[in-house]
Design a protein around this ligand. Structure first.
Ligand code: ZN
Ligand code: ZN
Length: 340
């Protein structure tokens, strides 16, 4: 079969590789139909991610069709269209049962599709066939009537955005939300759309990019200015998607007393300054870390199914599968590659 391999910044190529086969009763084989770039993928292609080196099979966000199932699989069958979480999870270990599927202990730590040495050799989604070792635990059937293209990021970036506002708004219904966008561009925009869908009070958005600000405004945000690391306002729920130390500090300072701040940004330096004294005196809860994608996928799909969330509005461009190499050479914020 063919798989798309990331070679080096700006360079990807199709390579021939043996197709995976069913290796256990719990496994399934799927054929990706719509594959999106994750915010991290775009940084990798642009040479901004020092710890991810090619070559490795590319792509870890997508919707696929089930083509074959193992003897013990009961929740999906061939022909079903499913979201495939980017993280490998068994569904049965202590971590998985606690919802911490990104730290499943049945597989090596960090096991993910399409993330090179970081994720292990599970293959990438830009390939003809992908093996899913724990089909019942991992795959989520797409509700009828949902276009796979619009939810191609339901494997990773959409759940990542959901965790920043979903649980906090369940705890504080109608609370005001601030999203500081930037380095994780689509996650920040999804967070705006999700905060709106989940009934936040006001949703304010700060970003240096005028294009993203216009898009955030169209998703229901009010645009606010960020002046370096200074406080923007006071919000019960804040989201740092800036991946910038000043953006992080501004987000933390803008978190109201007893508020919660979630950072989805990745900071490559060994330490990053935070205004800890201010956080201490106000009693701020700060969350960071990789998302646990699998439990959030049904939450996201339910919002799409009832028309409250339209993630496709964040998609910058769609391109045909056959044009993947060219389309990915200079990727926009959110590219979705599709095939019939
Ligand atoms: Zn990702
Ligand atoms: Zn597990």
């Amino acid at each position: 079969m063919e798989e798309l391999v990331y070679v080096s910044p700006g360079k990807l190529e199709w390579r021939e590789t043996p197709a995976p086969r069913i290796e256990s009763g719990s496994a399934a084989l799927v054929r990706p139909l719509a594959v999106a770039t994750c915010d991290l993928d775009v940084d990798v292609i642009r040479g901004r991610v020092p710890y991810l080196e090619g070559p490795y099979p590319f792509g870890h966000e997508g919707v696929a069709e089930v083509v074959e199932i193992g003897d013990d699989v009961t929740t999906v069958q061939p022909g079903d269209v499913v979201v495939v979480p980017f993280q490998i999870c068994c569904g049965d270990c202590k971590a998985c049962r606690a919802g911490h599927t990104g730290n499943c202990t049945s597989v090596p730590r960090g096991s993910s599709y399409g993330l090179g040495a970081l994720g292990g050799s599970w293959g990438g989604f830009l390939s003809d066939v992908v093996s899913v070792p724990y089909a019942d635990a991992m795959l989520v059937r797409l509700p009828d009537g949902i276009d796979p293209v619009g939810v191609a990021s339901a494997s990773d970036n959409l759940p990542d955005a959901w965790r920043t506002v979903g649980p906090p708004l369940a705890e504080q219904p109608g609370a005001d939300v601030l999203v500081v966008g930037g380095g994780a561009p689509s996650i920040g925009l999804y967070a705006v759309a999700l905060a709106r869908a989940l009934g936040a009070g006001s949703v304010d958005y700060a970003d240096r990019s005028p294009e993203r600000a216009v898009l955030a405004e169209s998703l229901g945000a009010r645009i606010v200015e960020r002046d370096g690391a200074r406080r923007i306002g006071r919000y019960a729920i804040t989201v740092d998607a800036s991946s910038h130390p000043e953006g992080l500090a501004a987000t933390l300072r803008s978190t109201a007393a007893d508020g919660i701040c979630t950072s989805v940004g990745i900071y490559y330096t060994e330490t990053t300054p935070v205004p800890l004294l201010e956080m201490y005196t106000k009693g701020i809860t700060f969350k960071t870390g990789r998302t646990h994608a699998r439990p959030a996928i049904p939450e996201v799909l339910a919002l799409v199914a009832d028309g409250r969330l339209e993630p496709g509005r964040v998609t910058s461009r769609t391109a045909a599968w056959a044009d993947a190499v060219d389309a990915l050479a200079d990727p926009p914020t959110k590219l979705v590659l599709t095939r019939p």
